[in-house]
Design a protein around this ligand. Structure first.
Ligand SMILES: O=C(O)CCC(=O)C(=O)O
Length: 323
């Protein structure tokens, strides 16, 4: 198994000796055989699919909640392509690129889904400490996002130390803009931004658009050159896919108008900091599951402070109206 040439500290599953480390954990009984198979797949291919990770009932509840966000639009934050953050009012949710940002804050069911038993088991085995779901979004239609590696945009203090999950809230059909990924691409050598070639994160002002284009081209070219298969995720309702931080993935071009409703979350170990911790004063880890925390760039999750009045989930106002 070729290992990535990286200057960063990877999670143990991305170390060159990951399969030996897994074997030791299986031998000691720390990991059960089904989990062992899932981790072996994640190690080798950079992703693992978990059929029926959440129940249809939970998926239906989430669909109903997502459909109802307009009734309490001021509690939620939405994003559309090429538009500022906004509350999900009726006109905003009509946009096919609309997504709810950090749904895990205001929906206990979203938190339950992203920390369902099968996903939590993988997170805990990989992180070996509690997990922090720090960036969560919902999709109705395909994102059509170019094939990318998340570390360019999902910035944490240890650039390789996070995982992400994609949970299908309905059956996904081909042509709807399904999730695509190059199996095994999580072991490509680092693409580094900046004159010092030291950043996996792309900073638009500092690095510019040409560097971003070079990044997108490089990871696809190198995946193709290595003969890595481009696979597509066509899940049934309730299925989940977990991917490694450096897996090259994106949204296929939509061939029809079918929806592919889903909830996506990014997680890091609690000992790793999402970058927003460095420029906000309201970072807080809220426990929502056994060994499962959430945090948010967009909401103040600190415990209710009486002198601030009755709201304990203040929207961080500085991000409203900003891009
Ligand atoms: O669902 C998709 O189309 C892409 C999701 C994605 O790339 C992400 O959230 O990092």
């Amino acid at each position: 198994m070729p290992s990535a040439n990286t200057r960063f500290e990877p999670l143990w599953i991305d170390r060159p000796d990951a399969l030996d480390l897994l074997a030791a954990r299986l031998d000691s009984g720390a990991i059960n055989p089904i989990l062992g198979e899932r981790l072996a797949h994640l190690i080798e291919y950079g992703y693992v699919i978990i059929p029926g990770a959440i129940s249809h009932a939970l998926a239906d509840t989430l669909l109903a909640e997502m459909a109802g966000v307009t009734e309490h639009a001021d509690r939620f934050i939405a994003r559309r392509a090429r538009a500022a953050y906004a509350h999900p009012t009726a006109d905003v949710v009509q946009d096919p690129t609309f997504r709810i940002i950090d749904f895990h804050v205001n929906s206990a069911h979203a938190a339950e889904a992203i920390y369902c038993a099968a996903i939590s088991e993988v997170l805990h085995a990989v992180f070996e400490e509690a997990a922090n779901a720090f960036q969560c979004l919902t999709f109705v239609h395909g994102s059509q996002q170019a094939l990318h590696q998340d570390a360019a945009y999902v910035v944490v203090s240890e650039p390789l130390q996070f995982l992400a999950s994609w949970i299908a809230l309905e059956d996904v059909t081909e042509g709807s803009g399904e999730l695509l990924y190059y199996a095994g691409s999580h072991r490509l050598d680092d693409f580094l931004f900046g004159e010092q070639q030291d950043s996996k994160a792309w900073h638009p002002e500092r690095h510019g658009k040409p560097a971003h284009q070079a990044f997108l081209k490089s990871i696809v070219d190198r995946s193709e050159a290595q003969g890595l298969p481009l696979e597509r995720f066509l899940p049934k309702k309730g299925d989940a896919l977990i991917w490694a931080s450096d897996l090259v993935h994106g949204g296929a071009k939509m061939q029809n108008n079918n929806t592919r409703r889903s909830i996506v979350s990014h997680y890091c170990p609690v000992g790793v900091d999402p970058n927003f911790r460095t420029f906000t004063n309201y970072f807080h880890l809220r426990e929502v599951a056994d060994g499962g925390f959430i945090s948010s760039r967009h909401y103040d999750l600190r415990p209710k402070r009486k002198w601030l009045g009755k709201q304990d989930r203040l929207l961080a106002p500085s991000f409203m109206g900003a891009n």
